[in-house]
Design a binder for this molecule. Sequence first.
Ligand SMILES: NC(=O)c1ccc[n+]([C@@H]2O[C@H](COP(=O)([O-])OP(=O)(O)OC[C@H]3O[C@@H](n4cnc5c(N)ncnc54)[C@H](OP(=O)(O)O)[C@@H]3O)[C@@H](O)[C@H]2O)c1
Length: 239
Amino acid sequence: MAYKVIIIGATSGIGEELAKIYARQGCNVGISGRRQELLDSLQQQFPNNIITECFDVTGNENTKHVDNLIQKLGGLDLLIYNSGYAQLFSSLRWEIEKQTTLVNVNGFVEIINFGLNYFLQQKKGQIAVTSSIASIRGNSLTPAYNASKAYVSSYMEGLSIKMYKQKLPIYLTDIQPGFVDTDMAQGNGIFWVAPVEKAARQIYQAIKHKRRRVYITKRWWFIAQVLKVLPYSIYKYIG
Ligand SMILES: NC(=O)c1ccc[n+]([C@@H]2O[C@H](COP(=O)([O-])OP(=O)(O)OC[C@H]3O[C@@H](n4cnc5c(N)ncnc54)[C@H](OP(=O)(O)O)[C@@H]3O)[C@@H](O)[C@H]2O)c1
């Protein structure tokens, strides 16, 4: 039976590329996003493998939509939460902070709760989430974005320990990309920008090997280690 995958936020960038990889592997893939025309275009490229559900994760019906995807797929093996929102601003703007929190935190925690409870019932499954290297420290231009990704990575660690204690084969992967060449990679000081195909390939491998946490691309591991130990007295000049 074909492996069943749901990718929340697969209309562009990393999510779209991951959907293509899983579809090419012969998996049955349920994809979502707000842009219906992009969902349709991907579905038409893989008519036998991809099904779609168009919705905004800031709405009130997230679990209904995810359940629709599960019903259409006839089950679920892997749930990927990839939707994300970020805007760079030197001023502090509530509408941006609010949207960032609704997409990156509220949508994430609601859908992952639903997915994990589904996997607990079937006693197996896998969850992966696109967090960010931004989860490690605060940032003056994107305070809500960095804080939202810290929430995501910490939450995933909590759930991993929960599953470890229950001794169930339910695996959680925290994906922490550096910069990837998508619409979201903004700003002047960006470096080591990975092609989206390369980033998606490494993410696919990490999920396949049930990695607990992974930096994308691999060399971002070094940046992560530096960020973790850099004292605030120095970090404040770059953060
Ligand atoms: N690119 C980078 O450098 C980078 C680095 C670290 C982490 N990340 C993370 O990687 C993930 C994917 O981002 P990307 O770089 O591939 O950028 P992207 O091309 O802009 O993709 C963002 C995805 O999130 C979806 N999304 C945004 N708001 C949504 C909403 N309200 N409801 C439902 N879906 C929504 C978008 O779909 P619709 O617009 O169709 O709704 C789209 O599919 C994000 O979580 C991001 O934080 C990216």
